[in-house]
Write a protein that binds this ligand. Structure first.
Ligand SMILES: [Zn+2]
Ligand SMILES: [Zn+2]
Length: 333
C-alpha cells in the first residue's frame, strides 16, 4: 500500500466557519487518497534509452501509482502494456506534441488522449503554443506546457496569453531546461507567480522528462525519479486523476512528501511526512511572489489576511528537496 493511502488522510477538510471577511476559495473535496505519478517520460519510441515496458516497470517498482509515457510525437497505447496495469498502477495515455516556432522549441504534453495527435505549427510563438493546446483539448485531453526555459523559448508574457491551459512545468528533471532561470531570465517559480498575480489560475507541476534509465544516474543525465506530482482523488482512475490535477488538487515534489494539506475557510495547514533527521522550512507565498510568512514547524499553518490574492506554499528540506502546494485563491467578499 502506498504510504499516502491511509485512514488518517481524510484531508482537505472543507469546513466553513461562517466568519466574515476574507476567506479562501476552498477547492471541492476530492477524495481521501493521494496518488503519486509522473506525467512526462520518454522511451525508445522517441529518444529514450529503454523500451516502454522497461520504463513503466521502473516506475511501478518505485511505487509510483500512475505514469504517462509521453514520447515526442509518438503515442503508446497503454493496452499494449496492460500486463503491468493493476489496482496499484495505472498507465494514462499521452504524448509530447513536439513542435517549434523559428528556433524556439514548443513542447506541449497531452494527457489522457485517445490516439496520436499531430504537432501543430503557426506563424507566431503564441499561436504555435495555442494550436497545440487546442489540439489536445479537441480530443478532451489535458495539456501541459513543458520546460518554458528550454532554449529560453517561452517567455512569461506569451504564457499569460495562452488560453485553456491549466498546468505548467515549474520543475523538469532534464539537465538542460534552466528551471531556475539566470542571466536576467526569470526562473519558473517567478514566472508562475507572475501568471498567478496577473489573474491566471494555473498550477505548477514537477516532472521527470526522463530519457536515461540505463547507465549512470547523475546530475548531467536525464534520469527518472527527480520530479513528480501527488494527486488527491477517490480512486486511481485516469479521468479523475487528470481532472483533479487540472483543478489543483495535488502537490508537486522533488523529494519532500506530505502527509496532508488541509484547507479551511480561513487557514491552510500543511503536515509534512518526517524523513529521518531532515529539517523543513515552509514558505507561504502570495501576490507578486512575496513570502507572506515562514514556518519551521511541522504542521505549518497560515491564516488568511485578505490582501494575499492567492496563497501557495513551498516546503524546502535540508537535503535540497522541495514540495510545492498549489495556490488557493482569496475571496475578499
Ligand atoms: Zn520537451
Ligand atoms: Zn520530454
Amino acid at each position: 500500500m502506498h504510504p499516502f493511502v491511509s485512514a488518517g488522510l481524510l484531508a482537505l477538510v472543507t469546513l466553513f466557519h461562517g466568519q466574515e471577511g476574507p476567506t479562501f476559495d476552498i477547492p471541492r473535496v476530492a477524495g481521501a487518497n493521494w496518488f503519486k505519478g509522473n506525467t512526462h517520460t520518454h522511451t525508445t519510441k522517441s529518444d529514450g534509452d529503454s523500451a516502454p515496458e522497461e520504463v513503466a516497470r521502473w516506475y511501478k517498482e518505485k511505487a509510483y501509482q500512475f505514469l504517462v509515457l509521453s514520447d515526442h510525437n509518438v503515442f503508446t497505447d497503454p493496452q499494449t502494456l496492460s500486463r503491468l496495469v493493476d489496482s496499484s498502477f495505472l498507465l494514462i495515455p499521452g504524448e509530447e506534441l513536439t513542435s517549434s516556432f523559428e528556433k524556439a522549441p514548443v513542447h506541449i504534453n497531452g494527457l489522457n488522449i485517445p490516439r496520436k495527435l499531430d504537432p501543430q505549427t503557426d506563424t507566431t510563438l503564441l499561436g504555435t503554443i495555442q494550436k497545440n493546446v487546442d489540439e489536445v483539448r479537441s480530443v478532451k485531453g489535458a495539456p501541459h506546457i513543458n520546460h518554458p526555459n528550454f532554449g529560453w523559448a517561452i517567455d512569461k508574457f506569451t504564457l499569460l496569453k495562452v488560453k485553456n491551459n491549466n498546468l505548467l512545468e515549474i520543475y523538469n528533471g532534464h539537465p538542460l531546461v534552466h528551471n531556475l532561470g539566470g542571466g536576467g531570465k526569470p526562473g519558473l517559480e517567478e514566472v508562475w507567480d507572475f501568471l498567478l498575480t496577473s489573474g491566471m489560475r494555473i498550477y505548477g507541476i514537477a516532472v521527470d522528462d526522463a530519457h536515461h534509465f540505463k547507465g549512470e544516474f547523475g546530475p548531467t543525465r536525464s534520469n527518472p525519479g527527480k520530479g513528480w506530482v501527488v494527486v488527491r482523488a477517490h480512486s486511481l482512475n485516469a479521468q479523475e486523476i487528470i481532472d483533479n490535477l487540472e483543478a489543483g488538487m495535488f502537490y508537486a515534489s522533488t523529494g519532500v512528501e506530505l502527509e496532508d494539506v488541509i484547507i479551511e475557510a480561513d487557514r491552510i495547514e500543511i503536515r509534512i511526512k518526517q524523513r529521518s533527521s531532515f529539517k523543513y522550512r515552509t514558505d507561504f507565498i502570495g501576490s507578486g511572489g512575496r513570502v507572506l510568512s515562514s514556518s519551521v514547524e511541522n504542521r505549518a499553518v497560515y491564516i488568511v489576511k485578505g490582501d494575499e490574492q492567492y496563497v501557495r506554499a513551498k516546503i524546502s528540506d535540508s537535503g535540497g528537496g522541495a514540495a510545492w502546494v498549489q495556490p488557493v485563491f482569496v475571496r475578499t467578499n
